[in-house]
Design a binder for this molecule. Structure first.
Ligand SMILES: Nc1ncnc2c1ncn2[C@@H]1O[C@H](COP(=O)(O)OP(=O)(O)OP(=O)(O)O)[C@@H](O)[C@H]1O
Length: 595
């Protein structure tokens, strides 16, 4: 039946062929009488085969196909046995540029002395180019150039394969770019070592990791998500912030640090009791009081990386959030800043399923207070610059967030830090123990904090005697008090023309000081003297009215003028209070108009 259909199908073509052969023959013989027999349609399968086989060219094609197939099979067999053989002799590892290990390997490679002997490189200033070992000629580069440009490194190029010896073993390194993914810069690094012992590869990776870690021992790595994907991306490296640079009420930072340290050591304790090995910290209180700063500082202190979870990120939904939290590494610090901002409508679990709106149009004068008006505004979808009808950017629901925090797939071993300026607007389900275990309040600056901040601000850079004190006699200090380091604040005109023109005491000619650091221009005071000034400074600061950030901002204007900072602080406090009053009155008027 099939054969019948086949033959009927090709019949028109054979007829066509007959016609064309007849026509061609007629043309070629120029009217000569030539008998041309038309093709006869084969009536059975065997006669079809015989018919096809009667063409000599087809016979040759068939032979070619069989021969080609045999050759290709032989080639494949050879390749398979060759790779099998090679696989037994070599250990091969591939590092993907989207994985962190790629950075270790690139950094390690570029610092190998034998790597420098090659002749073909890619020159790079990317983030894994750390400053400890860059170009050999870098020593000739002056300080300013160093500051203004990124360090340069030689990395493996895409076009070459590098052959070298590692601990007596032959090794090849090939870097290749993934051409199919034109929208990314994804590349891979393949390292093949001539050994049957996989521990050689282990030790190579450990060495690369160690080198990377020690080069970055003073830095913390920060990761963030891209919103639509559940991948973590390395976004920055920041120098560690010493914990003592943050001034809080006595014992507060020690409490958080000890709690975190204790948690990290207690995995077994949690396992024995069947308690999920996770810890959540809720840092709440006034804006600019050090919540974010202490998290960064703790990360440095505990040697953990920071993973920023931005709930208001465009495109983030419950399932992406869940995957993001599940894919956190076992020991890390996850931060959710301004967690209240995600709940623009004062969302509670009853409204779970409601999508959250784009946050962050905070009113600073209200932050840090439990303001009922704030919450009512929020419920109406106002007060953050987003109308009730506007489309949400983030699609997180409260139940989605709660599940992500302590659901079945939530990562174990992580420390979660959430910050908020509006503690009381948070849903109790979010703040309950198990999700937020330790609640820490950050208040506006006390006099104690103001004094500590002042002392740290003017602490001498380098100790000049054995006890670490910069010793000055009182007379010298009095001179400094009268001149306050001999520099004046620039006027608008000054700053328009030159960055800052200092005036030497008793001289009409302003000396050029280009490149002189503030610390060099500041008077060198003894610790005792600084302590006395700090006492005067803090006595003029009202208790719990100003934020630490604003005090820091004030002192920044007096970097090299500690005496003037004390003299002017009273006026500044008064002006700040007046400004706050004016703002409060304006807000009250707006509220009254709104009814
Ligand atoms: N307690 C503090 N000790 C030292 N510096 C502080 C302190 N609080 C704030 N600062 C300084 O103020 C700035 C802002 O601090 P930070 O971002 O940590 O405040 P925050 O409480 O997180 O503010 P927000 O709630 O607005 O996010 C930082 O530069 C920090 O150095």
């Amino acid at each position: 039946m099939v054969l019948f259909q086949l033959t009927s199908a090709i019949q028109p073509f054979i007829a066509l062929l007959n016609d064309s052969v007849e026509t061609a023959t007629t043309n070629v013989t120029h009217n000569a009488t030539v008998s041309t027999t038309p093709f006869e349609m084969p009536s059975s399968f065997s006669s079809l085969i015989t018919f096809i086989y009667s063409f000599s060219a087809l016979r040759d094609y068939l032979k070619l196909i069989v021969l080609g197939g045999a050759l290709d099979t032989l080639r494949r067999l050879y390749a398979a046995s060759y790779h099998g053989f090679i696989d037994r002799l070599f250990v091969t590892a591939t590092f993907d540029s989207e994985d962190f290990s790629f950075q270790w390997m690139m950094f390690w490679l570029s610092s190998l002395p034998q790597f420098r002997q090659f002749r073909d490189f890619t020159v790079s200033t990317s983030s894994f180019c750390l400053e400890d070992e860059s170009l050999e000629c870098d020593s000739d580069v002056d300080e300013e150039m160093r500051r203004r440009t990124r360090p340069v490194r030689y990395l493996p190029s895409y076009s070459s394969s590098y052959k070298m010896w590692y601990k007596g073993r032959y090794m090849t390194i090939t870097r290749s770019k993934e051409e199919s993914r034109w929208w990314t810069d994804k590349s891979t690094l393949e390292i093949t070592i001539f050994t049957r012992d996989r521990s050689v590869l282990d030790s190579l990776i450990m060495e690369a990791r160690q080198k990377w870690m020690s080069a970055r021992s003073d830095k913390i790595d920060i990761f963030a998500s891209e919103g639509f994907t559940d991948d973590w991306k390395h976004v920055a490296s920041r120098p560690k912030r010493p914990l003592n640079s943050i001034v809080l009420d006595e014992g507060l930072k020690e409490l958080v640090l000890e709690d975190a340290r204790d948690f990290l050591k207690s995995k077994q304790w949690y396992a024995d009791r069947g308690i999920p090995f996770r810890r959540g910290y809720l840092l709440y209180g006034a804006p600019g009081s050090g919540k974010t700063s202490i998290i960064h500082s703790l990360a440095g202190e505990l040697g953990l990386d920071i993973y920023i979870i931005s709930l208001s990120k465009n495109g983030l939904d419950d399932s992406t959030l869940n995957s993001l939290i599940s894919s956190l590494p076992e020991q890390c610090i996850a931060i959710m800043e301004d967690i209240d901002a995600a709940f623009t409508h004062g969302l509670t679990r009853d409204t779970a399923g409601t999508e959250l709106e784009n946050p962050r149009n905070r009113n600073p004068s209200r932050q840090g207070r439990d303001d009922p008006e704030d919450r009512s505004n929020d419920r109406q979808g106002q007060g953050r610059g987003q109308g009730p009808g506007e489309s949400p950017a983030s699609r997180i629901t409260l139940s989605g967030l709660l599940n992500a925090l302590d659901g079945i797939s939530a990562q174990e071993g992580r420390l979660l830090f959430a910050t908020t300026n509006r503690y009381h607007s948070l849903d109790p389900a979010l703040t309950r123990p198990g999700r937020m275990d330790l609640h820490v309040e950050f208040r506006l600056a006390s006099r104690y904090q103001a004094r500590e901040l002042y002392e740290r601000f003017y602490v001498p850079d380098a100790p000049e005697n054995a006890t670490g004190e910069v010793v000055k006699d009182e007379e010298e200090e009095e001179d400094e008090a009268s001149s306050d380091s001999g520099y004046v604040t620039p006027t608008k005109e000054d700053s328009d023309s030159t960055p800052l023109v200092p005036k030497a005491v008793g001289s009409d000619e302003p000396p050029k000081y280009s490149g002189i650091a503030h610390s060099a221009r500041a008077p060198k005071l003894s610790k005792k003297r600084i302590a006395r000034l700090a006492e005067q400074f803090c006595a003029r600061i009202p208790e719990r009215e100003l934020s630490m950030a604003s005090l820091q901002g004030y002192l920044m204007c007096y970097k090299s003028r500690p005496f003037q900072a004390v003299d002017d602080v009273e006026r500044w406090v008064k002006e700040t209070q007046d400004a706050q009053d004016r703002k409060a009155k304006a807000e009250a008027r707006v509220a009254a108009i709104r009814g």
